[in-house]
Write a protein that binds this ligand. Structure first.
Ligand code: G1P
Length: 301
């Protein structure tokens, strides 16, 4: 049995970066090809051996609950129409894991969202997975981190090098020393300006945490963006105890960003046997006509 059996998926944000698509539906339900983004995250947790998942929801999030629930009418319809494959696909989603929900009544930040899970977590270590980061790798990012957790038995945050000018979009670690993928964290800063950032190792949305984080989350004051930041509680934890950062293997898509969302959509479609052929042809066509237009423009100059 995995040491870490519980995971939290915060999904209470407004998704303002994707308005108007997110006016009446959660951003976590936006599909990458045909699978809602949050299903990728739930599957990563389940495949890593997590048994109980708590999704922190907010307003307009009913669609998430419906997605992971049975839909008896739809199942009947698919059965009647003899659509066995689709039926299996739909039934499997409801059987993925024990998914629980809690509402974050006020949107006070990621730290506050995680704090809302304290009763669900109790006294066990747990994982936090953020829905904006989809990471592709075998073994998954979470599986890699769980393997490291077995060795160090201390909190771990996933990190990746990002361009200096982008550090202000992330929590950034101050490493004690860098020697391989596992790094001891001296300090963390949420969304620093590039000139003030202690490194370019950015926290990506996977964390393995311990219950000791909860009293610290209670103590921290609103930080970057006026929000209660998980990074600020981790900072306090790192000043008292060992906290590690882990440079994971894998390709990460920032689907909270429009460009990242498009990249994920294109690359996931290209990886799909049922779509890759015609989609590649279509892309080749638009690329060659764009290149043709460029050549025409160059000859005119
Ligand atoms: C959150 C965290 C940040 C982390 C990022 C990863 O920021 O606060 O520390 O680096 O997720 O995606 P957000 O993207 O919610 O602003």
């Amino acid at each position: 049995m995995a040491t870490i059996q519980k995971a939290i998926i915060p999904a209470a944000g407004w998704g303002t970066r994707f308005l108007p698509a997110t006016k009446a539906q959660p951003k976590e339900m936006l599909p990458i090809v045909d699978k809602p983004a949050i299903q990728f995250i739930v599957e990563e947790a389940v495949n890593a051996g997590v048994e109980d998942i708590l999704i922190i929801t907010g307003k307009n999030k009913r669609a998430i609950e419906d997605h992971f629930d049975r839909s008896l009418e739809l199942e009947d319809l698919l059965r009647e129409k003899d659509k066995g494959e689709l039926l299996a696909l739909v039934e499997r989603i409801a059987d993925l894991a024990d998914i629980h929900y809690i509402r974050q009544k006020e949107q006070l930040g990621l730290g506050h969202a995680v704090y809302c899970a304290r009763k669900f977590i109790g006294q066990e270590p747990f994982a936090v997975l953020l829905g904006d980061d989809i990471i592709v790798n075998t073994p998954s990012c979470l599986e890699q981190m769980l393997a490291v957790y077995e060795e160090v038995k201390a909190p771990i945050v996933a990190v990746q090098e990002v361009p200096r000018e982008e550090v202000n979009r992330y929590g950034v670690i101050a490493p004690l020393e860098i020697d391989g993928p596992l790094i001891q964290v001296k300090d963390l800063v949420e969304k620093p300006q590039p000139a003030e950032a202690p490194s370019n190792l950015a926290v990506i949305g996977r964390y393995l945490l311990v219950p000791e984080i909860f009293p610290l989350l209670e103590m921290v004051q609103p930080g970057a963006g006026g929000e209660i930041q998980l990074t600020d509680a981790l900072r306090l934890l790192a000043s008292q105890d060992l906290v590690y950062a882990y440079r994971f293997q894998g390709k990460r898509y920032d689907i909270g960003d429009k460009l990242g969302f498009l990249q994920a959509t294109v690359e996931f479609a290209l990886a799909r046997p049922d779509l890759a052929g015609p989609f590649r042809e279509y892309l080749a066509g638009i690329i060659s006509s764009a290149l043709g237009n460029l050549q025409i423009a160059a000859t005119k100059e």
